[in-house]
Design a protein around this ligand. Sequence first.
Ligand code: HEM
Length: 394
Amino acid sequence: MKNALTFVCALMLSGGSAWAQTASAAAAQPTPAAPVVVAPGIQSQNIMDVKPEASADPAYASQTNGQRAQVQPGNNAPMWRQVGSGVAGYSSLPVTQAPEAGVLIQPFVQYPGSRLTNAGEAWRQVRNNWLIPYGGSLLLIVLGAIVLFHVKVGPIKVKGELTGRMIERFSAFERSAHWANVAAFLTLAVSGLLMAFGKFFLLPIIGTTLFGWLAYVLKNAHNFAGPLFAVSLLVVIVTFMRDNLPAKGDLNWLLKGGGVFAGHEIDSGRYNAGEKVVFWGGVFVLGLTVVVSGLVMDKLLPGLTYERSTMQIAHMVHSVSNLLMLVMMMGHIYLGTLGTKGALDGMRTGFVDEIWAEQHHKLWLDDIKSGKIAAQRTPSAKLANAAAGQPVQV
Ligand code: HEM
Protein backbone atom coordinates (compact mmCIF):
# COMPACT_ATOMS: atom_id res chain seq x y z
CA MET A 1 0.00 0.00 0.00
CA LYS A 2 2.78 2.36 1.02
CA ASN A 3 4.67 1.47 -2.15
CA ALA A 4 1.59 2.10 -4.22
CA LEU A 5 1.11 5.50 -2.65
CA THR A 6 4.76 6.35 -3.22
CA PHE A 7 4.37 5.29 -6.83
CA VAL A 8 1.31 7.47 -7.31
CA CYS A 9 2.88 10.45 -5.50
CA ALA A 10 6.04 10.13 -7.58
CA LEU A 11 3.93 10.22 -10.70
CA MET A 12 2.07 13.29 -9.56
CA LEU A 13 5.25 15.14 -8.62
CA SER A 14 7.06 14.25 -11.81
CA GLY A 15 4.08 15.32 -13.89
CA GLY A 16 3.87 11.74 -15.02
CA SER A 17 7.34 11.58 -16.52
CA ALA A 18 8.35 8.63 -14.32
CA TRP A 19 5.46 6.65 -15.62
CA ALA A 20 6.09 7.87 -19.11
CA GLN A 21 9.58 6.42 -19.02
CA THR A 22 8.43 3.01 -17.90
CA ALA A 23 5.73 2.97 -20.50
CA SER A 24 7.97 4.48 -23.12
CA ALA A 25 8.04 1.36 -25.23
CA ALA A 26 4.31 1.59 -25.69
CA ALA A 27 4.43 5.35 -26.09
CA ALA A 28 7.11 5.25 -28.75
CA GLN A 29 4.88 3.10 -30.97
CA PRO A 30 1.54 4.80 -31.17
CA THR A 31 -1.02 2.06 -31.44
CA PRO A 32 -4.11 2.35 -33.60
CA ALA A 33 -7.14 3.25 -31.52
CA ALA A 34 -8.51 -0.24 -30.99
CA PRO A 35 -11.51 -0.48 -28.64
CA VAL A 36 -10.76 -2.26 -25.37
CA VAL A 37 -13.43 -4.56 -23.96
CA VAL A 38 -13.75 -3.84 -20.25
CA ALA A 39 -16.94 -5.72 -19.46
CA PRO A 40 -19.31 -7.86 -21.44
CA GLY A 41 -21.37 -5.61 -23.63
CA ILE A 42 -19.37 -2.47 -22.80
CA GLN A 43 -16.49 -1.31 -24.93
CA SER A 44 -14.11 1.35 -23.79
CA GLN A 45 -12.95 3.53 -26.61
CA ASN A 46 -9.38 4.58 -26.66
CA ILE A 47 -9.49 8.14 -25.43
CA MET A 48 -7.54 9.20 -28.53
CA ASP A 49 -10.66 8.49 -30.58
CA VAL A 50 -12.93 10.98 -28.98
CA LYS A 51 -10.99 14.16 -28.29
CA PRO A 52 -12.28 16.97 -30.47
CA GLU A 53 -8.77 17.68 -31.63
CA ALA A 54 -8.49 14.10 -32.82
CA SER A 55 -11.22 14.57 -35.39
CA ALA A 56 -9.66 17.86 -36.45
CA ASP A 57 -6.20 16.39 -36.96
CA PRO A 58 -5.69 12.64 -36.52
CA ALA A 59 -1.95 12.90 -36.81
CA TYR A 60 -1.94 15.37 -33.95
CA ALA A 61 -3.82 12.94 -31.74
CA SER A 62 -1.38 10.13 -32.44
CA GLN A 63 1.71 12.12 -31.55
CA THR A 64 4.06 10.55 -29.05
CA ASN A 65 5.12 12.41 -25.97
CA GLY A 66 8.39 13.34 -27.62
CA GLN A 67 6.71 14.66 -30.77
CA ARG A 68 4.22 16.66 -28.73
CA ALA A 69 7.00 18.13 -26.58
CA GLN A 70 8.59 19.60 -29.72
CA VAL A 71 5.48 21.47 -30.85
CA GLN A 72 3.94 22.17 -27.43
CA PRO A 73 6.58 21.94 -24.70
CA GLY A 74 5.04 20.96 -21.36
CA ASN A 75 1.89 19.47 -22.88
CA ASN A 76 2.02 15.79 -21.97
CA ALA A 77 -1.53 14.93 -23.08
CA PRO A 78 -0.35 11.87 -25.10
CA MET A 79 0.99 10.29 -21.94
CA TRP A 80 -2.23 10.90 -20.04
CA ARG A 81 -4.20 9.39 -22.90
CA GLN A 82 -2.15 6.26 -22.52
CA VAL A 83 -2.73 6.30 -18.78
CA GLY A 84 -6.44 6.57 -19.48
CA SER A 85 -6.39 3.65 -21.87
CA GLY A 86 -5.15 1.37 -19.10
CA VAL A 87 -1.58 0.80 -20.27
CA ALA A 88 0.49 -0.85 -17.54
CA GLY A 89 3.63 0.85 -16.27
CA TYR A 90 6.13 -0.50 -13.77
CA SER A 91 5.42 -1.17 -10.11
CA SER A 92 7.59 -2.95 -7.56
CA LEU A 93 4.49 -4.52 -5.95
CA PRO A 94 4.24 -8.27 -6.58
CA VAL A 95 1.76 -9.04 -9.37
CA THR A 96 0.18 -11.83 -7.31
CA GLN A 97 -0.84 -9.42 -4.55
CA ALA A 98 -1.60 -6.38 -6.66
CA PRO A 99 -2.28 -7.47 -10.23
CA GLU A 100 -3.08 -3.95 -11.39
CA ALA A 101 -0.45 -2.04 -9.44
CA GLY A 102 1.23 -0.85 -12.64
CA VAL A 103 -2.02 0.53 -14.05
CA LEU A 104 -2.42 4.04 -12.68
CA ILE A 105 -6.13 4.41 -13.38
CA GLN A 106 -8.75 2.15 -14.91
CA PRO A 107 -9.34 2.47 -18.64
CA PHE A 108 -11.92 4.98 -19.76
CA VAL A 109 -15.27 3.53 -20.71
CA GLN A 110 -18.26 4.90 -22.54
CA TYR A 111 -21.59 3.53 -21.39
CA PRO A 112 -24.48 3.81 -23.85
CA GLY A 113 -25.89 7.30 -23.69
CA SER A 114 -23.25 8.69 -21.34
CA ARG A 115 -20.05 10.59 -21.81
CA LEU A 116 -16.61 9.00 -21.78
CA THR A 117 -15.66 8.37 -18.18
CA ASN A 118 -13.20 6.53 -16.03
CA ALA A 119 -14.54 3.20 -14.75
CA GLY A 120 -13.91 4.17 -11.13
CA GLU A 121 -15.81 7.40 -11.64
CA ALA A 122 -18.64 5.46 -13.30
CA TRP A 123 -18.82 3.19 -10.25
CA ARG A 124 -18.86 6.24 -7.95
CA GLN A 125 -21.70 7.81 -9.90
CA VAL A 126 -23.78 4.61 -9.80
CA ARG A 127 -23.21 4.41 -6.05
CA ASN A 128 -23.98 8.05 -5.31
CA ASN A 129 -26.71 8.70 -7.87
CA TRP A 130 -28.53 5.37 -7.83
CA LEU A 131 -27.77 3.06 -4.94
CA ILE A 132 -27.79 5.67 -2.18
CA PRO A 133 -30.90 7.71 -3.11
CA TYR A 134 -33.04 4.84 -4.42
CA GLY A 135 -31.83 2.36 -1.78
CA GLY A 136 -32.41 4.87 1.02
CA SER A 137 -35.87 5.70 -0.33
CA LEU A 138 -36.75 2.00 -0.51
CA LEU A 139 -35.81 1.48 3.14
CA LEU A 140 -37.82 4.53 4.24
CA ILE A 141 -40.85 3.48 2.17
CA VAL A 142 -40.82 -0.02 3.68
CA LEU A 143 -40.37 1.40 7.19
CA GLY A 144 -43.29 3.75 6.58
CA ALA A 145 -45.45 0.89 5.26
CA ILE A 146 -44.71 -1.17 8.37
CA VAL A 147 -45.56 1.73 10.68
CA LEU A 148 -48.76 2.37 8.71
CA PHE A 149 -49.71 -1.31 8.88
CA HIS A 150 -49.08 -1.35 12.63
CA VAL A 151 -51.19 1.77 13.20
CA LYS A 152 -54.08 0.86 10.86
CA VAL A 153 -54.26 -2.94 11.11
CA GLY A 154 -52.36 -3.55 14.33
CA PRO A 155 -50.58 -6.61 15.68
CA ILE A 156 -51.97 -10.12 15.38
CA LYS A 157 -53.27 -10.88 18.86
CA VAL A 158 -53.76 -14.24 20.51
CA LYS A 159 -57.47 -15.03 20.27
CA GLY A 160 -58.87 -16.65 23.37
CA GLU A 161 -57.48 -17.54 26.80
CA LEU A 162 -53.97 -18.93 27.19
CA THR A 163 -54.18 -22.63 28.08
CA GLY A 164 -50.96 -22.78 30.08
CA ARG A 165 -50.01 -25.91 28.10
CA MET A 166 -46.62 -25.12 26.64
CA ILE A 167 -45.24 -26.65 23.49
CA GLU A 168 -41.61 -26.59 22.56
CA ARG A 169 -41.24 -24.55 19.37
CA PHE A 170 -37.48 -24.08 19.20
CA SER A 171 -34.74 -26.18 20.77
CA ALA A 172 -31.86 -24.51 22.61
CA PHE A 173 -29.63 -25.18 19.61
CA GLU A 174 -32.09 -23.58 17.19
CA ARG A 175 -32.41 -20.50 19.39
CA SER A 176 -28.66 -20.16 19.85
CA ALA A 177 -28.10 -20.40 16.10
CA HIS A 178 -30.81 -17.81 15.48
CA TRP A 179 -29.64 -15.28 18.07
CA ALA A 180 -25.95 -15.63 17.17
CA ASN A 181 -26.93 -14.86 13.61
CA VAL A 182 -29.07 -11.92 14.75
CA ALA A 183 -26.15 -10.44 16.74
CA ALA A 184 -23.88 -10.53 13.69
CA PHE A 185 -26.69 -9.31 11.43
CA LEU A 186 -27.50 -6.29 13.60
CA THR A 187 -23.80 -5.34 13.86
CA LEU A 188 -23.54 -5.52 10.08
CA ALA A 189 -26.80 -3.67 9.50
CA VAL A 190 -25.95 -0.77 11.84
CA SER A 191 -22.38 -0.40 10.56
CA GLY A 192 -23.42 -0.87 6.92
CA LEU A 193 -26.18 1.72 7.16
CA LEU A 194 -23.76 4.16 8.76
CA MET A 195 -21.23 3.63 5.97
CA ALA A 196 -23.85 4.13 3.27
CA PHE A 197 -26.12 6.80 4.73
CA GLY A 198 -24.37 8.11 7.87
CA LYS A 199 -22.94 11.19 6.24
CA PHE A 200 -26.45 12.38 5.39
CA PHE A 201 -28.22 11.90 8.71
CA LEU A 202 -25.51 11.58 11.40
CA LEU A 203 -22.56 13.68 10.23
CA PRO A 204 -24.50 16.96 10.40
CA ILE A 205 -25.53 16.14 14.00
CA ILE A 206 -22.34 14.79 15.60
CA GLY A 207 -19.71 16.55 13.48
CA THR A 208 -16.72 15.31 11.53
CA THR A 209 -14.43 14.27 14.43
CA LEU A 210 -16.90 12.00 16.17
CA PHE A 211 -18.32 10.72 12.91
CA GLY A 212 -14.83 9.89 11.68
CA TRP A 213 -14.06 7.80 14.75
CA LEU A 214 -17.46 6.13 14.72
CA ALA A 215 -17.13 5.24 11.04
CA TYR A 216 -13.63 3.88 11.66
CA VAL A 217 -14.78 1.67 14.57
CA LEU A 218 -17.92 0.44 12.83
CA LYS A 219 -16.13 -0.23 9.57
CA ASN A 220 -13.77 -2.56 11.43
CA ALA A 221 -16.68 -4.11 13.34
CA HIS A 222 -18.31 -4.74 9.93
CA ASN A 223 -15.23 -6.56 8.64
CA PHE A 224 -15.08 -8.82 11.70
CA ALA A 225 -18.83 -9.46 12.01
CA GLY A 226 -18.98 -10.46 8.31
CA PRO A 227 -17.22 -13.83 8.65
CA LEU A 228 -19.18 -14.51 11.90
CA PHE A 229 -22.39 -13.82 10.03
CA ALA A 230 -21.28 -16.15 7.23
CA VAL A 231 -20.73 -19.06 9.61
CA SER A 232 -23.90 -18.49 11.66
CA LEU A 233 -25.94 -18.03 8.47
CA LEU A 234 -24.84 -21.45 7.23
CA VAL A 235 -25.83 -22.98 10.58
CA VAL A 236 -29.25 -21.25 10.41
CA ILE A 237 -29.80 -22.44 6.85
CA VAL A 238 -28.98 -26.06 7.67
CA THR A 239 -30.96 -25.97 10.94
CA PHE A 240 -34.18 -24.47 9.60
CA MET A 241 -34.14 -25.79 6.04
CA ARG A 242 -36.15 -28.99 6.50
CA ASP A 243 -39.29 -27.39 7.90
CA ASN A 244 -39.12 -24.62 5.30
CA LEU A 245 -39.45 -27.03 2.35
CA PRO A 246 -42.54 -26.31 0.26
CA ALA A 247 -45.66 -28.13 1.45
CA LYS A 248 -49.29 -28.59 0.44
CA GLY A 249 -51.28 -25.51 1.34
CA ASP A 250 -48.43 -23.01 0.91
CA LEU A 251 -49.82 -21.67 -2.36
CA ASN A 252 -53.26 -21.26 -0.85
CA TRP A 253 -51.70 -19.41 2.09
CA LEU A 254 -49.86 -17.05 -0.26
CA LEU A 255 -52.88 -16.46 -2.50
CA LYS A 256 -54.94 -15.48 0.54
CA GLY A 257 -52.13 -13.35 2.01
CA GLY A 258 -52.05 -15.59 5.07
CA GLY A 259 -55.62 -14.47 5.80
CA VAL A 260 -54.42 -11.29 7.46
CA PHE A 261 -57.25 -9.19 6.04
CA ALA A 262 -59.83 -11.97 6.35
CA GLY A 263 -59.52 -11.88 10.13
CA HIS A 264 -58.37 -15.48 10.55
CA GLU A 265 -55.10 -17.17 9.69
CA ILE A 266 -54.83 -19.78 6.97
CA ASP A 267 -53.70 -23.13 8.41
CA SER A 268 -50.00 -23.84 8.07
CA GLY A 269 -47.32 -26.26 9.18
CA ARG A 270 -44.42 -25.38 11.47
CA TYR A 271 -43.63 -22.37 9.26
CA ASN A 272 -46.17 -20.62 7.08
CA ALA A 273 -45.58 -19.77 3.40
CA GLY A 274 -44.67 -16.16 4.28
CA GLU A 275 -41.90 -17.41 6.56
CA LYS A 276 -40.77 -19.76 3.81
CA VAL A 277 -40.51 -16.87 1.34
CA VAL A 278 -38.32 -15.00 3.83
CA PHE A 279 -36.25 -18.13 4.44
CA TRP A 280 -35.57 -18.97 0.76
CA GLY A 281 -35.53 -15.42 -0.60
CA GLY A 282 -34.11 -13.39 2.26
CA VAL A 283 -31.97 -15.88 4.18
CA PHE A 284 -30.87 -18.39 1.56
CA VAL A 285 -30.53 -16.48 -1.74
CA LEU A 286 -29.91 -12.93 -0.53
CA GLY A 287 -28.04 -14.00 2.63
CA LEU A 288 -25.61 -16.13 0.65
CA THR A 289 -25.21 -13.43 -2.02
CA VAL A 290 -24.42 -10.86 0.66
CA VAL A 291 -21.91 -13.23 2.26
CA VAL A 292 -20.12 -14.19 -0.95
CA SER A 293 -19.86 -10.59 -2.22
CA GLY A 294 -18.70 -9.49 1.25
CA LEU A 295 -16.00 -12.15 1.33
CA VAL A 296 -14.83 -10.94 -2.10
CA MET A 297 -14.50 -7.40 -0.74
CA ASP A 298 -12.57 -8.77 2.26
CA LYS A 299 -10.35 -10.59 -0.28
CA LEU A 300 -11.14 -13.84 1.54
CA LEU A 301 -12.49 -15.87 -1.36
CA PRO A 302 -9.64 -18.01 -2.72
CA GLY A 303 -8.93 -18.39 -6.42
CA LEU A 304 -10.02 -14.91 -7.48
CA THR A 305 -7.88 -12.19 -9.05
CA TYR A 306 -8.65 -9.09 -7.03
CA GLU A 307 -8.71 -6.16 -9.42
CA ARG A 308 -10.49 -2.82 -9.15
CA SER A 309 -13.35 -4.06 -11.31
CA THR A 310 -13.70 -7.15 -9.06
CA MET A 311 -14.23 -4.85 -6.08
CA GLN A 312 -16.62 -2.58 -7.96
CA ILE A 313 -18.81 -5.46 -9.12
CA ALA A 314 -18.70 -7.10 -5.66
CA HIS A 315 -19.63 -3.79 -4.04
CA MET A 316 -22.67 -3.31 -6.27
CA VAL A 317 -23.87 -6.89 -5.82
CA HIS A 318 -23.31 -6.51 -2.05
CA SER A 319 -25.23 -3.21 -1.86
CA VAL A 320 -28.23 -4.33 -3.90
CA SER A 321 -28.57 -7.71 -2.18
CA ASN A 322 -28.14 -6.05 1.22
CA LEU A 323 -30.87 -3.53 0.56
CA LEU A 324 -33.27 -6.27 -0.52
CA MET A 325 -32.31 -8.47 2.42
CA LEU A 326 -32.79 -5.56 4.83
CA VAL A 327 -36.25 -4.94 3.41
CA MET A 328 -37.23 -8.59 3.93
CA MET A 329 -35.68 -8.70 7.39
CA MET A 330 -37.54 -5.52 8.40
CA GLY A 331 -40.76 -7.42 7.74
CA HIS A 332 -39.43 -10.48 9.60
CA ILE A 333 -38.31 -8.44 12.60
CA TYR A 334 -41.62 -6.59 12.78
CA LEU A 335 -43.67 -9.81 12.62
CA GLY A 336 -41.31 -11.51 15.08
CA THR A 337 -41.64 -8.71 17.66
CA LEU A 338 -44.49 -6.16 17.64
CA GLY A 339 -46.46 -7.70 14.77
CA THR A 340 -47.35 -11.11 16.25
CA LYS A 341 -48.10 -11.33 19.95
CA GLY A 342 -46.32 -14.28 21.54
CA ALA A 343 -43.94 -15.02 18.62
CA LEU A 344 -40.90 -13.55 20.35
CA ASP A 345 -41.56 -15.71 23.44
CA GLY A 346 -41.17 -18.78 21.26
CA MET A 347 -37.75 -17.69 20.03
CA ARG A 348 -36.75 -16.38 23.49
CA THR A 349 -37.83 -19.23 25.77
CA GLY A 350 -38.32 -22.01 23.25
CA PHE A 351 -41.99 -22.49 24.20
CA VAL A 352 -45.35 -21.26 22.95
CA ASP A 353 -48.81 -21.68 24.42
CA GLU A 354 -50.97 -24.33 22.77
CA ILE A 355 -53.50 -21.72 21.70
CA TRP A 356 -50.79 -19.72 19.96
CA ALA A 357 -49.73 -22.83 18.06
CA GLU A 358 -53.34 -23.57 17.12
CA GLN A 359 -53.93 -20.05 15.84
CA HIS A 360 -50.70 -19.64 13.87
CA HIS A 361 -49.52 -23.13 12.93
CA LYS A 362 -52.52 -25.45 13.19
CA LEU A 363 -51.19 -28.22 10.94
CA TRP A 364 -47.99 -28.34 13.01
CA LEU A 365 -50.03 -28.65 16.23
CA ASP A 366 -52.19 -31.37 14.63
CA ASP A 367 -49.01 -33.33 13.83
CA ILE A 368 -47.86 -32.96 17.44
CA LYS A 369 -51.24 -34.08 18.79
CA SER A 370 -51.36 -37.07 16.49
CA GLY A 371 -47.86 -38.03 17.61
CA LYS A 372 -46.32 -37.48 14.17
CA ILE A 373 -43.94 -34.94 15.71
CA ALA A 374 -42.62 -35.23 19.26
CA ALA A 375 -43.94 -32.39 21.43
CA GLN A 376 -40.81 -32.36 23.58
CA ARG A 377 -37.86 -32.83 21.32
CA THR A 378 -35.02 -32.05 23.68
CA PRO A 379 -34.37 -33.62 27.10
CA SER A 380 -33.82 -30.13 28.51
CA ALA A 381 -37.35 -29.20 27.41
CA LYS A 382 -38.82 -32.03 29.45
CA LEU A 383 -36.85 -30.95 32.52
CA ALA A 384 -37.67 -27.27 32.05
CA ASN A 385 -41.35 -28.03 31.64
CA ALA A 386 -41.42 -30.35 34.61
CA ALA A 387 -39.59 -27.81 36.77
CA ALA A 388 -42.09 -25.14 35.76
CA GLY A 389 -44.97 -27.48 36.61
CA GLN A 390 -45.98 -27.64 32.96
CA PRO A 391 -47.29 -30.79 31.33
CA VAL A 392 -44.66 -32.59 29.30
CA GLN A 393 -47.07 -33.67 26.59
CA VAL A 394 -50.02 -31.91 25.02
C1 HEM B 1 -33.77 -8.49 15.56
C2 HEM B 1 -33.78 -9.42 14.65
C3 HEM B 1 -34.69 -10.64 14.64
C4 HEM B 1 -35.75 -10.96 15.43
C5 HEM B 1 -36.36 -10.16 16.56
C6 HEM B 1 -36.23 -12.25 14.99
C7 HEM B 1 -37.30 -12.92 15.55
C8 HEM B 1 -37.73 -14.18 15.19
C9 HEM B 1 -38.82 -14.88 15.77
C10 HEM B 1 -39.70 -14.38 16.89
C11 HEM B 1 -38.93 -16.06 15.14
C12 HEM B 1 -39.97 -17.17 15.42
C13 HEM B 1 -41.10 -17.12 14.43
C14 HEM B 1 -42.02 -18.29 14.59
O1 HEM B 1 -42.17 -18.78 15.70
O2 HEM B 1 -42.58 -18.74 13.59
C15 HEM B 1 -37.89 -16.13 14.16
C16 HEM B 1 -37.67 -17.18 13.31
C17 HEM B 1 -36.66 -17.24 12.40
N1 HEM B 1 -35.74 -16.27 12.12
FE1 HEM B 1 -35.61 -14.48 13.04
N2 HEM B 1 -35.44 -12.68 13.96
C18 HEM B 1 -34.49 -11.73 13.72
C19 HEM B 1 -33.50 -11.77 12.75
C20 HEM B 1 -33.25 -12.84 11.93
C21 HEM B 1 -32.19 -12.91 10.99
C22 HEM B 1 -31.16 -11.82 10.75
C23 HEM B 1 -32.29 -14.11 10.38
C24 HEM B 1 -31.43 -14.68 9.29
C25 HEM B 1 -30.73 -14.00 8.45
C26 HEM B 1 -33.43 -14.79 10.93
C27 HEM B 1 -33.86 -16.04 10.57
C28 HEM B 1 -34.92 -16.71 11.13
C29 HEM B 1 -35.34 -18.04 10.74
C30 HEM B 1 -34.67 -18.90 9.66
C31 HEM B 1 -36.42 -18.37 11.54
C32 HEM B 1 -37.23 -19.68 11.54
C33 HEM B 1 -38.54 -19.47 10.86
C34 HEM B 1 -38.40 -19.39 9.39
O3 HEM B 1 -37.73 -20.23 8.80
O4 HEM B 1 -38.95 -18.43 8.82
N3 HEM B 1 -33.98 -13.99 11.88
N4 HEM B 1 -37.17 -14.96 14.19
